[in-house]
Write a protein of this length. Sequence first.
Length: 364
Amino acid sequence: MQICKKKSNFASKIDLTHKMKRNIAIIAGGDSSEYEVSLRSAAGIESFLADQKQYTTTIVLLRGNDWKAQIKNQEPGTKNQDEWAEIDKNDFSYTYNGVKHTFDFAYITIHGTPGENGVLQGYLDMIGLPYSCCGVLAAAMTFNKYTCNHYLKGFGVKVAESVLLRKEAIRRLGDKAIGEEIIEQVGLPCFIKTNVGGSSFGVTKVKTLEEVEPAVKKAFAEGDEVICEAFMKGIEITCGAYKTKNKSVAFPITEVVTSNEFFDYDAKYNGQVDEITPARIPDEVRDAVQAMTLKIYDILGCKGIIRVDYILTGDEAKGERLEINLLEVNTTPGMTATSFIPQQVRAAGLNIGEVLSEIVEDNF
């Protein structure tokens, strides 16, 4: 990709073309395995906002220190090949053809670092650019699954038993005792996964002692911490929500049904799953899940749209009450046309573009 650093003999001019519109940066990419997933979400958000005529949108890609804004070339007689302009990190602007372009708002859709863990939020806070999702503290906490779940456990939220491994544990991987210690605490089967990632990268469902070591190595390839979590058999569901100054909205719940061992990458992105919205659960359970989602939103001090994943345990056929167990909180959920949040918005009879517009306008 070509980085455009167009020079001019004149001082940079400020772009006044879109003065009557808000200029929105859709920030995507990032430095994790979820880079391609993030690009899909950015394309989704761009399409959702296309009908909102009060905005001009620009996709901004971040990878390491390479930050660039997409310049869509649609001039007659050209091959319509997009160009890229380097972002000035002093104020998150870019200059193209001698004209300086600034943004009024950032819609963050990076899944993973630096957009989901509070790092990018801290930078945007420093330069005074409002953005779409949680602030530094809530983002950092929710990105760390172990910390978030144990924090919420203190508020009465039920979570799976878990063990946290840090990088120094790698030195003990040849020691059979580490696997035995994990199994003793969380049992079998269990899930071993990175503590700070998503999209099911680095996740393994472990059924035997011999599978522990390779699963831990796989998870450590995605991050510096690994969480070993007890398996809970039940109905997997997910619920989105958002709040503005004037309203609180919990979306219809989605039931996740897959024939795979668990809701892995193929199930999430390659269609190996049935996603049923609204979920086939009793009304009182639906109401309790939506209420818990809004409670978690407030406890963590969230902002924008979040999605909370749960598993319902208990056998109704045996007269057992369904128990709501937290899996994780996602503060930058996927936003492709087929992602959970757009599905739930449609099921609620809402327009996704209008919902995103509410998120934007709540900052002004």
